[in-house]
Design a protein around this ligand. Structure first.
Ligand code: 6PG
Length: 261
């Protein structure tokens, strides 16, 4: 049973739902995925989704793998970011996604779009990924893909995807994907950019656990737009934060109900 707490509030195109149990967050995320994909497939004949790495969404991917009779043949899966490591490396986001979801649902290879971490270097990987995006979304120069759903996580330092504080990736406004080097992490990264994220039709943040409470407060209550995750504001799409009571612990009902500037 999904039970959003009373502090859930709909604000313009942003909504924040705080759930009592962590499991409720994932149940709701599955429901949201089914609702968004159902609409996309009905209206456009396919569903395009960009998925986050990290530890938080692992349970969501496992749960999705258990959904019977889901139309995987009409679903195109991208990643929001990747570590520049081999596909079988323990830190590979693709590996995590393959183990939790892809290899359990029999999705066709042509429907999965990993970030090519086997390219010569991270910059070449970003360029190649950009070409894949342009091809699938039939984009011309200057256009950005309108993903039906973009799933994001939040780092304790406020990063999202692999857009880290203090890196030049934050200022990127033309490219679809970039290579990112940050002292904060061990491996080079490849990440989709803000213009891609903010062109999404539905952008969903998943954050659970007490260690995310401070950063969540900075983004939602203090509206700190200097943090990368605070700069996610879809132009016309919907923005949804799915939190458990631990990550949402520092949010007061009144703060949630205030409007975003
Ligand atoms: C990654 C990410 C990254 C992640 C956050 C939160 O590849 O690591 O996409 O942005 O979502 O770092 O990570 P956790 O879910 O592990 O806390």
């Amino acid at each position: 049973m999904v039970r959003p707490s009373d502090s859930g509030a709909w604000l313009q195109n942003r909504s924040v739902l705080v759930f009592d149990g962590t499991g409720d967050v994932f149940d709701y995320a599955v429901k949201k995925w089914q609702e968004i994909s159902g609409t996309a497939i009905r209206d456009k004949g396919r569903f395009t989704v960009a998925l986050s790495g990290g530890a938080t969404p692992v349970n969501l991917y496992r749960q999705l793998a258990g959904c019977s009779s889901y139309p995987w043949d009409k679903t195109h899966i991208f990643l929001v970011d990747e570590r520049f490591v081999p596909f079988d490396h323990p830190e590979s986001n693709y590996r995590m996604l393959r183990n939790t979801l892809l290899s359990n649902v029999g999705i066709a290879e042509g429907n999965v779009h990993p970030i090519p971490a086997d390219a010569e270097n991270s910059e070449a990987a970003a360029r190649e990924y950009e070409r894949d995006l342009k091809r699938l979304f039939s984009l011309t120069a200057g256009q950005f893909p309108g993903f039906d759903l973009i799933l994001l996580g939040i780092g304790e330092d406020g990063h999202t995807a692999s857009l880290f504080p203090g890196t030049s990736s934050l200022a990127e406004n033309k490219r679809l994907a970039v290579a990112v080097r940050s002292e904060a992490v061990a491996y080079e990264r490849i990440s989709i950019t803000f213009p891609v994220i903010n062109s999404g039709e539905n952008v969903v943040f998943l954050a659970t656990g007490r260690n995310k409470a401070t950063v969540v407060k900075k983004i939602l209550a203090e509206k700190n737009s200097s943090l990368p995750a605070g700069r996610v504001q879809p132009a016309s799409g919907a923005l949804l934060f799915l939190l458990d009571k631990d990550s949402g612990a520092h949010l007061a009902g009144s703060e949630l109900r205030s409007r975003i500037a």
